[in-house]
Design a binder for this molecule. Structure first.
Ligand SMILES: Cc1cc2nc3c(=O)[nH]c(=O)nc-3n(C[C@H](O)[C@H](O)[C@H](O)COP(=O)(O)OP(=O)(O)OC[C@H]3O[C@@H](n4cnc5c(N)ncnc54)[C@H](O)[C@@H]3O)c2cc1C
Length: 406
């Protein structure tokens, strides 16, 4: 069967596009999804709550070889347009610290709103709007039409194709990066792919800290050169560090060759304030070992680790010298760790790199190398910060691509 449009990928962007087309009465499309159901990844976003967008959507929150590419779509289809779009689909969103979530606090309700009209009953003429378990493995442009082949051998034809196959992060959710081969087959350049919004590897912390969470201010350096700083959750994991603050910095890791981080575990106290607070500890709890000095300020496991790192483990608090106290305070306020790279794509939320934005029109999202081909979402060399910016980008680019058909 020949379609006016085939959408490759039934993730967030593909589903937004399909819903927008339906809203405007355009039904001559087929959405192909490799998984057995649509939008699997949506369910895990925002820890199952789906952080849809952010109050602070602007080009500065996006990365790629040419992040300014995002400006037009973000301006036309920003966070208020996203909120209105979902309101039309019956989903109410609510803001929490600048981030927008569904009022239900459930990513499943976002997916339901996006999927029910697409994988529900067939159209009156018997046509379906989507086919799952259809992984597109080949695409060619011949005689003014696209010929697509799925892994199961099925063949499809369309005048236009939107590539919405996502990135390389979350292979278990259908995005293993193989979609990029389709763009390459049509002559497009794929820039270097690296995992972003991901834990960072370091061997500078002990295993005993795994699972310890803290609010902290984390700064990324390349050697001694400042790169960026982030306040937020900081989590020790086996072999590395995680949490929102670390995720944010991971998107800047490609700018470094000798990465290291500085952690301030008590950013809301100056060294002097911490020092005078600890003097009270010395006065009242001098009989305790130094491992307990910071209990009440940081997690007890972190307090013990800091004592160990400063070489004061086992020494009574009252016996600590001024220089030892100063070392402990330095370790709390300026704890350094060498970064040995990022965890791999499996652990990452988003992919840095993708189809080169130099080869795509920033207004229509049409590829410059082939007529009737459009590329949206994470498949492009655009990745956003943590906080709803990536779903927003998939939305903005999909809405812009939809304009070509309505
Ligand atoms: C754990 C996790 C949590 C996240 N949380 C958030 C969050 O809270 N907020 C936020 O903004 N972003 C979040 N993200 C990022 C966000 O989910 C993605 O950036 C966004 O979904 C990208 O949308 P997309 O439509 O471009 O691609 P995707 O949503 O990844 O969809 C791509 C779809 O294409 C399908 N596909 C791939 N190749 C083929 C093929 N060859 N043939 C057919 N189908 C194919 C895939 O199976 C998939 O369904 C999170 C990501 C992860 C992994």
């Amino acid at each position: 069967m020949m379609y006016k449009l085939i959408i490759v990928g039934g993730g967030f962007g593909g589903l937004v596009l399909a819903n927008r087309l339906l809203d405007k009465g355009f039904k001559d499309f087929l959405l192909l999804e490799r998984n057995d159901r649509l939008g699997k990844k949506i369910l895990v976003t925002g820890n199952g709550r789906c952080n849809l967008t952010n109050v602070d959507v602007s080009v500065s929150r996006y990365h790629g070889d040419n992040a300014a590419f995002c400006a037009s779509a973000l301006e036309r289809f920003g966070s208020s347009e996203l909120i209105t779009f979902f309101a039309e689909l019956g989903l109410v969103v609510t803001e929490e610290g600048g981030r927008f979530y569904p009022l239900s606090r459930s990513a499943a309700s976002v997916l339901d709103c996006l999927r029910l009209r697409i994988d529900g009953a067939p159209l009156p003429d018997g046509k379906k709007l989507c086919e799952c378990e259809s992984k597109v493995v080949d695409i060619r442009y011949e005689n003014g039409r696209y010929m697509l082949t799925a892994e199961n051998g099925k063949k499809y034809q369309a005048e236009n194709v939107v590539l919405a196959f996502g990135g390389k992060s979350g292979a278990n959710l259908g995005t293993d990066g193989s979609g990029f081969l389709l763009a390459e087959k049509l002559g497009y350049t794929v820039t270097k792919l690296t995992p972003s919004l991901v834990q960072l590897k370091t061997s500078d912390f002990s295993k005993s800290l795994s699972g310890v969470k803290h609010k902290a201010c984390v700064t990324l350096y390349d050697g001694d050169r400042f790169i960026a700083t982030e306040d937020g959750d900081f989590l020790f994991v086996d072999g590395g560090v995680s949490g929102n603050a670390v995720f944010e910095l991971s998107s800047r890791l490609s700018l470094t060759s000798r990465p290291q981080i500085k952690i301030d575990f008590i950013p809301n106290m100056t060294r002097e304030e911490l020092s005078s607070a600890l003097m009270k500890k010395v006065k009242h709890f001098g009989f305790l070992p130094a491992e307990k000095l910071l209990v009440g300020y940081v997690h007890s496991a972190l307090s013990a680790w800091i004592a160990s790192r400063c070489g004061v483990k086992g020494i009574q608090i009252s016996e600590l010298t001024a220089s030892q106290l100063s070392d402990v305070i330095a370790c709390v306020k300026n704890c350094r760790a060498k970064i040995d790279g990022a965890f791999d794509f499996k652990a990452s939320q988003v992919t840095h790199g993708g189809v080169s934005t130099k080869e795509v029109d920033e207004v229509t999202f049409s590829g410059k190398k082939s007529k009737g081909l459009y590329i949206v979402g994470e498949a492009l060399d655009v990745d956003g910060d943590c906080g709803g910016f990536n779903l927003q980008w998939a939305f903005s680019s999909a809405m812009a691509a939809a304009e070509n058909f309505i």
